[in-house]
Design a protein around this ligand. Structure first.
Ligand SMILES: NC(=O)c1ccc[n+]([C@@H]2O[C@H](COP(=O)([O-])OP(=O)(O)OC[C@H]3O[C@@H](n4cnc5c(N)ncnc54)[C@H](OP(=O)(O)O)[C@@H]3O)[C@@H](O)[C@H]2O)c1
Length: 255
């Protein structure tokens, strides 16, 4: 029986970079996303570094049966979870009444339901191994976001859930909520159907930086990690600022 680090959304972007960080730390990996070809490419790159070849599991985590499917895929390979990184997620930009209803509900399924389901399913194994859970939220978690309402709300849930279980599990398992700011990945193209979401240059950090900062602080058991000074300032000021101003600013960012 081997103990593994499971990373969701590892076929690209921040999740792929997190996979490289975990591989360098000599973790045995299980990479999850929908695109098996992209997962295979990431696994091959990791094996080429001389690390153990990761297992890949191609799953649509928005499917309510996906948690059960992942449990049985790991059981078949005799793998137990030591660390779980819930990174898969997406956003959609636009007013709620104009965006597709199923796409918006899909965000709830992936960003919140799947993250919660996997955490609850694997927690007993993680606690038994004194391992950890890292959930990827966003700086969007610190305020409501008109024109990206469900995305911001979903990330507020991820932050609240993660901080609460950090407290419940202290001394038994590490819990970290990673809150990146704007990061150039596939995220902005998926968020905006007609062109890309404008990312604020001032607070932009690379996926590699976000991942290495997140991984390092996760190993220390830090509760919340906001990579980048500008993002840290924004996350600190948002909850202290007048709500009307915060709503206006957030609505401008997601136009
Ligand atoms: N980029 C940013 O500006 C930014 C800022 C703050 C927070 N974040 C958060 O960071 C996390 C990673 O995003 P990213 O920026 O790296 O975006 P990305 O490049 O679009 O990567 C998203 C990952 O999630 C996977 N995924 C998407 N839908 C899935 C599904 N239904 N089932 C399983 N896997 C799925 C994708 O793989 P497949 O398409 O192969 O399934 C991909 O591996 C997300 O939670 C996002 O909200 C991003």
């Amino acid at each position: 029986m081997s103990r593994v680090t499971v990373i969701t959304g590892a076929s690209g972007g921040i999740g792929e970079e997190l996979a490289y960080c975990a591989a360098k730390a000599e973790r045995k990996l299980v990479l999850v996303a929908r695109s098996s070809d992209k997962l295979k490419t990431v696994a091959e790159k990791i094996a080429a570094l001389g690390a153990p070849a990761p297992e890949i599991v191609a799953l649509d985590l928005a499917d309510p049966k996906s948690g059960e499917m992942l449990v049985s895929a790991l059981a078949q390979k005799n793998l137990k979870v030591f660390e779980l990184i819930n990174n898969a997620g997406y956003g959609l930009a636009g007013p709620v009444e104009q965006l597709d209803r199923a796409d918006q509900v899909g965000m709830v399924d992936l960003n919140m339901r799947a993250l919660t389901d996997l955490t609850l399913r694997f927690l007993p194994e993680i606690i038994a191994a004194n391992g950890g859970v890292m959930n990827v939220a966003s700086t969007a978690a610190f305020q409501p976001g008109p024109n990206m309402a469900i995305y911001y709300a979903s990330k507020a849930y991820v932050l609240s859930f993660s901080e609460a279980i950090w407290f419940e599990l202290r001394g038994r398992a590490r819990v970290t909520c990673l809150c990146p700011g704007p990061t150039p990945t596939g995220f902005s193209a998926r968020a905006k159907k007609d062109g890309k979401l404008r990312l604020m240059n001032l607070s932009m950090t690379s996926a590699a930086f976000v991942a290495s900062r997140g991984w390092e602080r996760f190993q220390r058991g830090q509760r919340v990690v906001v990579p980048g000074v500008m993002n840290e300032i924004a996350a600190t000021l948002a909850p202290l600022s007048p709500k009307a101003l915060v709503l206006w600013l957030a609505s401008r960012l997601s136009r």
